[in-house]
Write a protein that binds this ligand. Structure first.
Ligand SMILES: Cc1cc2nc3c(=O)[nH]c(=O)nc-3n(C[C@H](O)[C@H](O)[C@H](O)COP(=O)(O)O)c2cc1C
Length: 185
């Protein structure tokens, strides 16, 4: 037996949780985003859904790109704050004691204290209703050395990332197996 749930967008399955920075060094803002996806391999693209009611939406519309900032688990307070407070009349960088640094390829700033910053140049925008989906080409990626393993790859334990599921933030458990090595079903 399967139970019918209402056809609403909810965190039915684990989703990434990131902070997107937008605007420019003058009018900058931070928004928590769970609606983020890999979108294309060549060119490399990510997509984020931003609600029309968000202050970030106006900034995203008016600028050339956005930055995806990947948090560590111990940055959950900042993530949660940026997911419930609007930057309309508040500087979230100042409120969270975060440093805005200039991006290399786009106007939107990035968060120095976050270990991974992915600069995306907006290439396409699709109006879906309450939200627009912004597709951004990845034009630069910055990774803090402190989250790398001996081979220069991102180390899960060092990054200690989070996912969103139902109404909570989760840390990741053990690896199940590597891609392509699960064996026959
Ligand atoms: C876990 C979580 C995920 C969220 N995901 C999104 C999202 O994908 N898109 C969106 O527009 N808002 C999302 N929000 C809501 C915004 O982060 C929130 O409304 C924020 O205060 C908007 O800030 P702004 O008005 O400064 O842009 C999320 C909030 C939380 C807590």
């Amino acid at each position: 037996m399967k139970v019918s749930f209402p056809p609403r967008l909810e965190f039915h399955f684990p989703c990434p949780i990131v902070l997107v920075t937008c605007g420019d060094m003058g009018r900058k803002n931070i928004i928590a985003v769970g609606a983020i996806s890999h979108a294309c391999v060549d060119p490399p693209m990510l997509g984020v859904a931003i609600g029309h009611s968000r202050h970030s939406y106006k900034l995203m519309e008016a600028s050339d790109g956005f930055v995806v900032n990947v948090p560590r688990r111990n940055q959950v307070k900042v993530v949660d704050y940026c997911g419930k407070v609007s930057g309309e009349n508040r500087d979230k960088f100042a409120a969270c004691k975060l440093t805005a640094t200039k991006s290399q390829k786009i106007s939107a700033p990035q968060i120095l204290e976050f270990p991974i910053n992915i600069e995306c140049a907006t290439r396409k925008r699709v109006n879906l209703g309450s939200h627009d989906f912004f597709f951004g080409e990845i034009v630069a990626v910055h990774v803090d050395e402190s989250v790398l393993d001996g081979e220069g790859r991102i180390d899960k334990a060092k990054l200690d990332p989070m996912a969103a599921f139902r109404e909570s933030y989760f840390s990741l458990g053990d690896a199940v197996c590597s891609f392509g090595s699960a064996g026959a079903p």
